[in-house]
Design a protein around this ligand. Sequence first.
Ligand SMILES: Cc1cc2nc3c(=O)[nH]c(=O)nc-3n(C[C@H](O)[C@H](O)[C@H](O)COP(=O)(O)OP(=O)(O)OC[C@H]3O[C@@H](n4cnc5c(N)ncnc54)[C@H](O)[C@@H]3O)c2cc1C
Length: 568
Amino acid sequence: MFAVVTIRSLNVAQKRAVIFVQQDEFDYIIVGAGSAGCVLADRLSRSGKYKVLLLESGGSDARFWIKVPIGYAINYANPALNWGFHTVADKGLAGRSVYWPRGKVIGGSSSINAMTYVRGLAHDFEDWAQAGALGFEWDEVLKVYERLETHAEMTTNGNRQIRGRGRVWVSDLSDQMSPFSQTFLDAAAEMKLPVIKDLNAPNSDGIGFYRSTVKNGYRWSSADAFLRPAKRRGNLMIVKHAHADRLHFDGERVTGLQYARKGHVVTVTAQREVIVSAGAINSPKLLQLSGFGPAKLLAQYGIKVMRDLPQVGRGLQDHLAIGYQFRANRATLNAVLGSPLGRLRMGAKYLLTRKGPLSVPVNQVGGFVRSNNARTVPDIQLYFNPASYEVSGSGKTQLDRQSGYLISAQPCRPTSRGYVEIVSPSPNDAPRIVPNSLSTEADKETAVRGARILQQFAKTQSLKAVTIDAKPPDLNALDDAALLRDFQSRASTVYHPTCTCRIGWSAQKSVLDARLRVHGVAGLRVVDASAFPNITSGNTNAPTMMLAMKAADYILEDADKVLKEWTT
Ligand SMILES: Cc1cc2nc3c(=O)[nH]c(=O)nc-3n(C[C@H](O)[C@H](O)[C@H](O)COP(=O)(O)OP(=O)(O)OC[C@H]3O[C@@H](n4cnc5c(N)ncnc54)[C@H](O)[C@@H]3O)c2cc1C
């Protein structure tokens, strides 16, 4: 069946290219093949009963530097794989506009992230349930993680023990890490912090080796885990370089959408549901462009209001971290990867064995600690990396030639909230990102307490013994006021934007109900990191896949009900 489509907001060249476009019908349309979208595509197509369309703006993830774990530093700034957003000048960060990479490729941000696997802490999810996400209490979440994960753990005799049957490969890579990383654990023990084996075990605050989404020396993205096994199914259609521009709504329910591909606009229909999984920046953007958002904002750009949803785009939360670097008198990764010859040797080792420094992500040691005795739960996440480097304004990473290391602190649960909003009715314009960082006193205080913990680490005998001197600024020379100023002038995103279409009790205070349906809009869910009611304490990839797994249960449970609504 063919139809003519005209789109007001396309530029002239695109308008000319819009001719006859094919229309097609699916049960489910998923927008975005990222961490969440890949989980959904697999789960919804698995029974063979439903026809599923998965749209992805970016292209293939079959690239060497995506698969090699250390390639993270290269992809970080690659515009071919990355939306490369920038925030507005952020008042709380000394007026800086900060670079926010997001994956634009099959696998989404899970194809360009740093692969650290952290479930989040129990109270994060209890807070979700309190905020309205009933069904996401920690006990429930734990069951979903158990379905999701396979653990590859090192045993004391150096063998690998496999536990679990899930698709997400969570690897203990401590045998491949830099020997220098043990120094961080020694420093933690000296500070009487618990040194623990598995940071993902329940109630485990302390320091240990991070686990990573790596399998047999390769990155193990959400696409590797979920899409690869599903992609040959006849009932799953994956369209790359397909950018969803606008949802279609018939006044009762969302009926499908239009997407742009190679200058053409294609209209597709969803018999059951459209699921937006475009990530915490692009999901609210797509909803707003489609008339689901704050009425005042939509009116400003002449967008017809389909449903006034004041919270679409609001509530943004992200993690910030501050890092301090030191020159070391022992070999760190700089010694092995800082020279062309070292890179050549380690490259050869990787190609022959899939082992060595190239097979391990950069975050090696870290964990969760309490910044003072008054804290009932850990409030700071720490990262320790056996490498020192410079990152340019455009995101290019350059390892120092001399050995060095980095210690870094990230407040777990910031209370500041920002927003994302469209700047025009055009799907081609990046939205405005306003993080409102450090806009609460509590966040400023936690930032200082986090840096204070780093000072304690820097003063341990274990670290002093391996340190030549501090790369500026000298952490130990800073008092509280200077630590705050330093945080404001240097802290950066940890790339965890969340909460911009959050779950909650009502349409006035949130966007989604507990089953991830958009309040008051039939046929539409948002399933990705934007649905978090609050940011979790740690890295956000694992909770995003967990949320998508649970959402898939809900979508499948509701499958017959939504079809009935559609046909009556
Ligand atoms: C550089 C970096 C490092 C990170 N490191 C870690 C880490 O070590 N550990 C961790 O746990 N988390 C990490 N994260 C965060 C984590 O990867 C994300 O929280 C998670 O991937 C978010 O998943 P998502 O499904 O919400 O969005 P994404 O995975 O970003 O997926 C969204 C997808 O939708 C596509 N899309 C967007 N708009 C459209 C449209 N209109 N039409 C069609 N497709 C569209 C995008 O191209 C993308 O593929 C990192 C992120 C980045 C960017």
